[in-house]
Write a protein that binds this ligand. Structure first.
Ligand SMILES: Nc1nc2c(ncn2[C@@H]2O[C@H](COP(=O)(O)OP(=O)(O)OP(=O)(O)O)[C@@H](O)[C@H]2O)c(=O)[nH]1
Ligand SMILES: [Zn+2]
Length: 200
């Protein structure tokens, strides 16, 4: 690991990575004076730092506004079909899928969009799906001050679909069930909600 990585500004990171990408492309025999290619090292570096791996920057962590559960809603809340765009840390290829997140309030509720934002924040790193699933649950457990949080992710890994074994059909399901979600009936209810057709 590069010891000073956390001290570098985004611009400094982009400058360093730009040269690395240029080196890769030149080694592959590409002509970087070509109009279409000359901006690529900078484009890729910017995309890595600010977009695909932006979730490595703790300043980008969403502040999840919470509210008191004034309306005494006591059932589970499910935010389903959250779009996941992540990057596999083994091949740096996309992971594309859906996350489904649920919690049972312990007196605190969180703004709906904050769940989508938390998923996106942890997805924007080189990831393995197992870790991503656990990080989402842990973060929501902290924010909501309860163990009663669950997450299921169903995603396609392009490193499996588009290269290597090239199985275009397979996808990967991971889950993490905290607190009451370990209970068979609560888990079943959550999984049934995920299966419900949302066609409106
Ligand atoms: N557990 C886990 N494995 C992953 C994930 N994303 C990618 N992988 C796997 O990471 C493994 C890396 O294995 P290696 O044998 O080092 O890589 P490889 O030679 O490119 O292997 P193939 O993909 O089988 O061609 C592969 O089996 C990938 O399918 C993930 O999120 N979780
Ligand atoms: Zn991979």
């Amino acid at each position: 690991m590069r010891e000073d990585a956390f001290k570098l500004t985004n611009e400094e990171k982009i400058d360093i990575i730009k040269d690395d990408v240029q080196h890769i492309l030149e080694t592959l025999g590409l002509d970087l004076t070509d109009d279409s290619l000359k901006g690529t090292p900078n484009r890729v570096a910017k995309m890595f730092v600010k977009e695909l791996f932006g979730g490595l920057n703790p300043d980008r962590k969403p502040s999840a506004s919470t509210f008191e559960n004034k309306y005494q809603y006591g059932e589970m809340l499910v935010e389903k079909n959250i779009t996941v765009y992540s990057t596999c840390e083994h091949h740096l290829l996309p992971i594309v899928g859906k996350a489904h997140v649920a919690y049972i309030s312990n007196g605190t509720v969180v703004g709906l969009s904050k769940m989508n934002r938390i998923v996106d924040y942890y997805a924007k790193r080189p990831q393995v799906q197992e870790r991503l699933t656990i990080q989402i649950v842990k973060e929501l457990q902290d924010v909501l001050n309860t163990k009663d949080v669950a997450c299921v992710i169903d995603a396609k890994h392009l490193c499996v679909n588009s290269r290597g074994i090239r199985d275009t059909e397979s996808s990967t399901i991971t889950s993490e069930f905290g607190g009451k979600f370990k209970d068979k009936e609560t888990k079943r209810e959550f999984l049934d909600y995920i299966k419900m057709d949302t066609s409106f």
